[in-house]
Write a protein that binds this ligand. Structure first.
Ligand code: SAM
Ligand code: DTB
Ligand code: SF4
Length: 349
């Protein structure tokens, strides 16, 4: 029997009980050498065996039962030059989606939104811009001011702005950015079916720059775009073989947006989402696993099954970027009904 010792979850800083003789800031289960066959076997297990295994990992490292509430705001909407087939904001489908392009919001507007989100209980504020990449200049300077302002409110700040240079990542780090969201979306093999205007390698390079700047990595994907289960396994393999693991892993179910090429995809089976959450929890024991887009289509019971399988973060507030999200009061009631708590705001920097 290995000795029981206290290990610290580096993400939320809370002491966890864990068996093992691992390094003090690592889970003993932490691995970066997953093979695609192993992940496929994991994902394809009988559902309750998979959930049992995930639940055991979850209880070991996230025993406080705290749910992170992350609010999202689109700070610059539409007219994106990329052609991501799932996205309402791509200029390529603007004629059919009818989405209106907007300019970058004012810093004050954004900070008022962040303050409202905090007052409603959110501890993280995520800002998304429909850009292919960041361009230096006034717009980027405004984003830096937004990051500083959100941090000064005592919230975690996350942005998703497309590709970054190292100098831009460093400036975001200096502004106090907590995390940068940049999803891999799917497997390297299926990626070209979904996006043609950039490569998987481009995504990995931006992720490496974020990591080098000392910013937490928020990286996940989407299911329901027509990918196979082996594609899902390859996405999870790629995420878990990043070293260190992404601190947060958003698992999205496709929101099939009218006017996009994926508008007619059939809805994702909720249990497929449970499987993704469970496998992510097992493979990335210390990370936050965020039950992200598509939650509005889930019953209360399906959401609770995702929480049981290891999801400990949700997008909170009535809107995602352009799509509707679950009602905030319903979410608070669901969290209470499940016997979970809401993660408190982080201390001011
Ligand atoms: N332009 C930036 C980028 O792509 O990195 C940031 C914004 S983008 C909208 C952020 C992420 O949201 C995407 O990578 C994708 O994983 C997710 N997403 C976008 N539209 C979605 C949809 N219709 N359904 C599910 N997830 C979606
Ligand atoms: C993520 O993985 N999901 C969020 C966030 N990161 C930026 C975005 C979901 C977008 C859903 C569709 C929409 O609102 O347009
Ligand atoms: Fe642009 Fe991001 Fe939408 Fe792709 S997902 S079209 S990069 S906003």
């Amino acid at each position: 029997m290995s000795e029981t010792l206290k290990i610290t979850n580096p993400i939320n800083g809370k002491a966890r009980q864990a068996e093992s003789a691992g390094e003090p800031d690592r889970a003993p289960e932490t691995r970066h050498d997953w093979t695609s066959e192993e992940v496929l076997d994991l994902l394809s297990q009988p559902l309750l065996d998979l959930v049992d295994q995930a639940r055991a990992v979850h209880r070991r490292y996230h025993s406080d039962g705290a749910m992170q509430l992350a609010s999202l705001l689109s700070i610059k909407t539409g007219a994106c030059p990329e052609d991501c087939k799932y996205c309402a904001q791509s200029a390529h489908y603007a004629k059919t989606t009818g989405l209106k392009r907007e300019t970058l919001l004012d810093v004050d507007d954004v900070l008022e939104n962040a303050k409202r989100a905090k007052d409603a209980g959110a501890s993280r504020f995520c800002m998304g811009a429909a850009w292919r990449e960041v361009k230096d200049g006034q717009a980027f300077d405004s984003v830096l001011a937004m990051v500083k302002g959100v941090r000064a409110l005592g919230m975690e700040a996350c942005v998703t702005l497309g590709m970054l240079t190292q100098a831009q990542a460093d400036r975001l780090g200096e502004a106090g950015l907590t995390a940068y969201n940049h999803n891999l979306d799917t497997s390297p093999e299926f990626y070209g079916e979904i996006v043609t205007t950039r490569t998987y390698q481009d995504r990995l390079e931006t992720l490496a720059r974020v990591r080098k700047a000392g910013i937490q990595v928020c990286c996940g994907g989407i299911i329901g775009m027509g990918e196979t289960v082996p594609d899902r396994a390859r996405l999870l393999q790629t995420l878990a073989n990043l070293n260190p693991h992404p601190e947060s892993v958003p698992i999205n179910a496709l929101v099939a947006v009218a006017g996009t090429p994926l508008a007619d995809r059939p809805p994702v089976d909720a249990l497929e989402l449970v499987r993704m959450v469970a496998a992510a929890r097992i493979m990335m024991p210390l990370s936050r696993v965020r039950l992200s887009a598509g939650r509005r289509e889930l019953s209360k019971e399906a959401q609770i099954l995702c929480f049981l399988a290891g999801a400990n973060s949700i997008f909170y507030g009535d809107k995602l970027l352009t799509a509707a999200n679950n009602d905030a009061a319903d979410d608070l009631a669901l969290i209470a009904e499940a016997g979970l708590s809401v993660e408190p705001p982080c201390p001011k920097p």
